[in-house]
Design a protein around this ligand. Structure first.
Ligand SMILES: Cc1cc2nc3c(=O)[nH]c(=O)nc-3n(C[C@H](O)[C@H](O)[C@H](O)COP(=O)(O)OP(=O)(O)OC[C@H]3O[C@@H](n4cnc5c(N)ncnc54)[C@H](O)[C@@H]3O)c2cc1C
Length: 274
């Protein structure tokens, strides 16, 4: 055992002040990643600042076409939310596919994206839907948030308060699960948005990424067909190559999942108002 001081913050301001005053402190959300990391001595913070009792970090709301999910909202709450299922069903599906029941009941959306595991599911949706990350001090567009393997644009004392999603016309998330953990060997998030097609890949590379060459093929309505991806390849990208899967296998999987996603997308009806 090594000493660590535990704080239970009651407000965002208090949590930020505690983190600012203690440079070796870390925020704690569901603890599903951080606690095993501490047990393995891969991190040794002086203080843990528990965010889970901060009411401003909980809840789901939909207003003026924007879905807002509090950072401390668990994967299970997102998966089961009638609002999320109605506004962005693919997001509820994604949350339902994370890990197992225990992980989904403890793990949070804020913890998942702050951690930015290369095989995590939520980063795919955040990038695929061009979400906005709301922190205690600024708004960060998805394209600027994920900066590399396990790294983000967050400052050490910065807290994610919520994530905001504009409602897409349609979206689909498909992943090939690692059989032991449920993490994505490859996950494809395909979204048809008012700004055009967005395709995010998770699990494939050291950091979640957009597949821009595939997006560029989806311009006119008739382009949204699996036959339109002939000759498309991920081989020039630097993909993960490890015990779980070779880079060539991941490249193949991404193509298969994208084709399946486009077929499924044809069955997703657009929400009212589009
Ligand atoms: C066995 C197992 C299987 C899993 N399977 C999957 C899977 O299939 N798919 C998947 O996506 N994930 C999976 N996970 C990870 C899971 O989703 C975690 O919930 C997630 O990675 C971290 O969320 P958390 O709330 O537990 O964060 P914590 O573990 O508490 O924190 C993680 C990191 O985020 C920071 N942090 C937390 N909240 C905030 C905040 N609001 N602002 C700033 N920083 C913050 C912490 O300081 C820490 O660095 C799995 C985990 C395990 C243990």
């Amino acid at each position: 055992m090594y000493p660590v001081t535990y704080f239970r913050a009651q407000s965002v301001a208090e949590a930020v002040a505690l983190l600012g005053a203690n440079p070796e402190a870390m925020p704690l959300a569901g603890g599903m990643t951080l606690i095993p990391t501490l047990k393995q001595r891969l991190a040794s913070p002086s203080h843990l600042v528990d965010l889970m009792r901060i009411s401003a970090l909980h809840g789901i709301a939909f207003e003026s076409g924007v879905l807002r999910i509090g950072a401390a909202t668990s994967h299970a709450v997102v998966a089961e939310s009638p609002l999320v299922r109605k506004v962005i069903p693919a997001l509820a599906t994604l949350a339902s596919l994370i890990g197992d029941a225990q992980i989904r009941h403890r793990g949070t959306i804020g913890g998942s994206i702050a951690n930015n595991d290369p095989a995590a599911d939520y980063p795919g949706a955040i990038l695929g839907l061009n979400a906005t990350i709301i922190t205690d001090r600024r708004e960060i567009p998805a394209d600027d948030f994920f900066t590399g393997m396990f790294s983000t644009a967050l400052a050490p004392d910065e807290i994610i308060v919520a994530v905001q999603f504009s409602q897409p016309h349609r979206a689909v998330y498909l992943k090939h699960r690692h059989p032991a953990s449920g993490y994505a060997v490859v996950g494809v998030f395909l979204a048809d948005t008012s700004a055009g097609a967005r395709i995010a890949l998770t699990g494939a590379a050291p950091c979640v990424m957009r597949w821009t060459a595939a997006e560029a093929r989806l311009v006119a309505p008739e382009d949204w067909s699996s036959s339109n991806f002939e000759g498309l390849s991920l081989e020039s990208y630097h993909l993960n190559d490890d015990l779980g899967a070779t880079a060539a296998y991941r490249a193949h999987l991404a193509g298969v999942l994208l084709r399946r996603a486009i077929v499924q997308l044809a069955d997703v009806s657009e929400p009212a108002g589009h």
